[in-house]
Design a protein around this ligand. Sequence first.
Ligand code: DUC
Ligand code: ZN
Ligand code: ZN
Length: 480
Amino acid sequence: MSTFIRGGTVVTAEQSVRADVYCADGVIKAIGLDLDVPAGAEIIDASGQYVMPGGIDPHTHMQLPFMGTVASEDFYSGTAAGLAGGTTMIIDFVIPDPEQPLMEAYQTWRGWAEKACADYSFHVAVTWWDDSVHADMGKLVREEGINSFKHFMAYKGAIMCDDEVLYNSFTRALELGAMPTVHAENGELVFQLQQKLLAMGMTGPEAHPLSRPPAAEGEAANRAIRLAEVIGCPLYLVHVSTSDALNEITRARNSGQRVYGEALAGHLLLDESVYQNPDFEAAAAHVMSPPFRSKSHQDALWKGLQSGNLQTTATDHCCFCADQKAAGKDDFTLIPNGTAGIEDRMAVLWTHGVGTGRLTPQEFVAGTSTNTAKIFNIHPRKGSIQVGADADIVVWDPEGTRTISKTTHHQKIDFNIFEGMEVKGIPSHTLSAGKVVYAKGELKVERGAGQYVKRPAYAPAFHALEKIADANQPVPVKRN
Ligand code: DUC
Ligand code: ZN
Ligand code: ZN
């Protein structure tokens, strides 16, 4: 099985260059101008189009059991929707219940993901602490190819980590060469504000953003960053939604800390007015955490991407349909948190990023694919167009248009937060492991074709950090 992509412009994070790309045996075999077409290759005419690394969405929650229900999108339908939108890999989250062994939860998620039709990997959440968690983190890194651990600083009484768990887990991650990641919101403050708002009779979705103010995110971001600073580990902040958190990241990076930030397509494009919709279903459909913010935060996030203080983009794809959201009809704290976007991320970011001049095409590739591959240590196998890399490729038609709608999307959810948005710049073809899995509106995916991608630990850089920490060891004063 081989595919020949002819006459396109290859766009990577570094450059744009006219070249043909030949793929066989799942990888890129040749790149160059006017290559000979090998016998039997399927030819894709890419003239007038860009040939880019397939998107990597580092933040999805397929079939997540959460807030008393289960996300409606599973690993098959979700990765298929991703492929339709040019995303060829996801990093999903294993989220153990408190007291559940990490390895047990990991095996459960691995089983669920076997039906995926695009490649996938996992961050594993640390939701509690004891010696078995310490040991399982080691097994996951050394034997299972997990190199990132997630910490929820929100969701009190469920999966929230206190500072003790953060300290223990960040310290262990450093030892193992793994990346700690955080959902940064002060969960205690959110809980107290939720109770206060309910007591005031604020029971609808309009109370959701009030219960999670920007300061709650800024405080948690700062706390996590400061813990990482003292421990000496790097840190990745998922779904940065406020200038408050971004300012903390920027400050830390300027002082030399290795801190990374992720922006969601939804946070870049939607604002908090969605919660004022008098239609409960429409307002509840936007309930996710952190919530959509004011336009000034959106502007800050775009600037974060432009300046490089935010490196990656994601969706937090977590689908709940109207009947599931209805659980919170009389109490906004019971609305399952989550919105969709895996199918639309690439097109909306191209349209509102490259199309408006906010991002160059190279910055688009960096922010949708390459930076994620680098941060999570799978580059250049993923996130690049080079000989030997996996042939996960999107052929991008910059003149192609589409109107986003729940009536035409492939996502398994009855709502689309980008409903009615006209996008210009869409995939014409998506290749997964060299196979054409999406062509001009038609999906040709195979259940189970996606592979689990192991991500090695980052030992060398981390050992350097450990050496610095060792050199700064305190020495007791000798006294008589
Ligand atoms: N936020 C959501 O909106 N859904 C899933 C988990 C999360 O942190
Ligand atoms: Zn989160
Ligand atoms: Zn999430």
